[in-house]
Ligand binder design. Structure first.
Ligand SMILES: NC(=O)c1ccc[n+]([C@@H]2O[C@H](COP(=O)([O-])OP(=O)(O)OC[C@H]3O[C@@H](n4cnc5c(N)ncnc54)[C@H](O)[C@@H]3O)[C@@H](O)[C@H]2O)c1
Ligand SMILES: [Zn+2]
Length: 369
């Protein structure tokens, strides 16, 4: 069992990471909650795989259990499905003291977290993340919400979970592309904060590909520790500190928008975004060609895209300003200084932005430098 604590005063909470933890959810949450009623939200894929074991464990710990499942996929992070979730709460007789549990990827976590945040003005939620992205990123930090047709995550609240329980064995059933996309975020943590994590990925690439549970426990714990540190320093994303987590994301979001969220998974777009950012860091003399080469090779080893977006860089350029993190028209680009340290720049020139975009737009990897 690995433990990480998110230090937020009265809102502090534990992250526990262990193989097989989903079968012990009941006893683990009993130590945190005296609730009699547990409401489990999941998606149909994840529930079919892990729902019954979690329910059994909760019942064994003397919870009355209600389950509600949503269809898998981003479209379930909507006001319409939120409404259905509230209706299910009412039908199940949920109260303020009901313990909510989110079993699934980031979609379930964000939706269940927001539903709990707004139910009776705030009810406790335990996150049980099952995708790699959710385990290393979305389940920690308290950002919850749903999408509007006008944009992603436009409705939301900060609502820290009561606990995060991570079972790394369940990553075995994650589709290969989803797994690789989650690794994109893991690489990001290495780039901005932890060169040892980056090296661990390089050296244990085979075990990473095999999804070795004990190595995954180490990797996930590394990432949670880093995320927890940023969250503790800047819970509401106001001080610019949490902005480092946006490394690769300004470019990545532009790629996602230009391809209408159809071609790349988020973590894949982040991989492309890191290549663009790294190109700029190198041009500014902050990193070496060697670091850039290591990033490129690692992403390729992990089956992540590093180029070939096949869009004109000039088409992507204006999309950079649509990023939520652009304040009053000023772009804030996260750059690295070598592997393992990051800073924000508000003065990257347009030609340099285009240079970064050109790196990922072409289909060929030649002509770098
Ligand atoms: N709150 C935050 O801080 C934060 C951070 C990053 C991303 N997000 C959000 O997270 C969402 C994306 O999360 P995601 O990538 O986990 O997507 P997801 O929740 O849609 O899960 C991806 C797919 O994998 C399936 N799946 C999940 N775990 C599985 C398992 N163990 N075995 C088999 N299949 C499994 C799901 O059913 C789904 O089809 C986005 O909505 C994004 O906005 C939130
Ligand atoms: Zn991300």
């Amino acid at each position: 069992l690995r433990r990480v604590r998110v230090h937020l005063g009265a809102r502090s909470y534990p992250i526990r990471i262990a193989p097989g933890l989903l079968g012990r959810v009941g006893e683990e949450t009993r130590t945190l909650s005296r609730a009699s009623h547990a409401f489990l939200l999941s998606d149909a894929n994840v529930h079919a795989l892990y729902g019954p074991a979690v329910e059994r464990s909760l019942r064994k710990a003397r919870f009355r259990v209600t389950t509600f499942t949503i269809p898998p996929g981003e479209r379930s992070k909507s006001l319409a499905s939120l409404r259905r979730v509230y209706d299910a709460f009412v039908e199940a007789g949920a109260e303020r003291g009901t313990l909510f549990l989110a079993l699934g990827g980031g979609v379930v976590g964000d939706l269940a977290g927001f539903a709990a945040a707004t139910w009776h003005r705030g009810a406790p939620v335990v996150q049980l993340p099952t995708s790699l992205l959710a385990q290393v990123d979305s389940s920690v930090g308290g950002k919850t919400g749903v999408n509007l047709p006008a944009g992603k995550n436009l409705i939301g609240a900060f609502h820290q979970p009561a606990a995060v329980l991570i079972d790394t064995t369940c990553l075995a059933t994650l589709p290969a592309r989803e797994y690789a996309a989650g690794l994109g975020e893991v690489v990001k943590y290495g780039m901005i904060r932890d060169r040892r994590l980056f090296r661990l990925l390089e050296e244990r690439a085979g075990a990473v590909a095999r999804r070795d549970p004990s190595l995954l426990g180490r990797l996930v714990a590394h990432c949670c520790r880093i995320k927890a540190e940023y969250v503790a320093a800047d819970e509401r994303d106001l001080r610019g500190r949490r902005a480092h987590l946006n490394y690769g994301h300004t470019f990545g979001h532009a790629v996602e928008t230009a391809t209408a969220y159809g071609r790349y998974l988020h973590g894949e777009a982040v991989a492309l975004g890191m290549i663009a950012a790294e190109t700029i860091s190198r041009r500014l003399g902050r990193t070496t060609a060697g670091d850039g080469g290591r990033l490129l090779r690692l992403l390729e080893t992990l089956s992540l895209p590093t180029g070939g977006v096949r869009r004109a860089p000039e088409e992507l350029l204006p999309l950079l300003w649509r990023d939520k993190k652009a304040r009053e028209g000023r772009l804030r680009i996260v750059l690295t200084k070598g592997i393992g340290s990051a800073s924000v720049s508000e003065s990257v020139s347009r030609p340099l932005l285009l240079r970064g975009l050109r790196e990922i737009c072409g289909s060929s990897r030649s002509g770098r430098a």
